[in-house]
Design a protein around this ligand. Structure first.
Ligand code: TZP
Ligand code: MG
Length: 205
């Protein structure tokens, strides 16, 4: 399997875009330095999500950036995405692993050391941890303290991707936690210049 660059993951949310298509936004974010894309679109029919995922995959393939599909393992398999990202209320990680095979990436959202150890044991390749800071993008997001983030980082060997309200300013606070990567939505998509926003975050990493 190719070596994965987890450093800067753009998670998508079309509702934040200002008059451009998601395809354009993803391309601009990659040009700014995003190393991974997670397609996360809520309130979308399976068919619409599938069609969108195919269009986004043609862009990520062009730039050799891995595309991860949020929630929908079936769609990840159907479009041969690099992987899938699931949460605690989705199917157990070991079930998803058995569906996607050993080569695809499996990301699991966790908020505690207990969940992190379980996900790692069940075959996760990386863990999403958050929300680390206040966010308007996911209203029901649990809060994870930076101390718990450090505890999770110490407890597992797989990469940790911080998420939730991350921006250029608070990114400095994350550096001392030793985490491997960040995932952002609004700090890239809800900005007038997506390429520049991504490049500035990348620079801070
Ligand atoms: N999971 C935890 S917080 C969050 C998700 C999907 C939203 C992150 O969005 P933003 O705009 O980067 O705070
Ligand atoms: Mg989910």
């Amino acid at each position: 399997m190719m070596k994965i660059d987890y450093r800067l993951c753009l998670v998508t949310d079309r509702s934040l875009l200002h008059g451009i298509r998601l395809e354009e936004a993803v391309e601009q974010a990659i040009c700014g330095g995003c190393t991974m894309i997670q397609l996360r679109e809520k309130n979308c029919s399976a068919k619409a999500f599938y069609e969108l995922a195919k269009r986004i995959k043609s862009i990520t393939d062009t730039y050799h950036v891995p595309l991860i599909i949020n929630d929908r393992t079936d769609i990840a398999i159907a479009i041969r995405a690099a992987g899938v990202h699931v949460g605690q209320s989705d199917l157990p990680a070991y079930v998803i692993r058995s569906m996607i095979g050993s080569d695809a990436l499996l990301g699991v959202s966790v908020t505690s050391v207990k969940e992190a150890l379980q996900a790692e044991k069940e075959g996760a390749d990386y863990l999403g941890v958050g929300a680390l800071f206040p966010t308007n993008t996911k209203k029901d997001a649990a809060h994870v303290t930076l101390q718990e983030l450090k505890n999770i980082k110490k407890a597992v060997t797989i990469p940790i991707m911080g998420i939730g309200g991350i921006n250029k300013t608070n990114l400095e606070l994350l550096k001392q936690t030793g985490i491997d990567s960040i995932a952002v939505i609004s700090a890239i998509l809800d900005q007038p210049n997506i390429t520049q926003a991504a490049a500035e975050l990348k620079q801070c990493l």
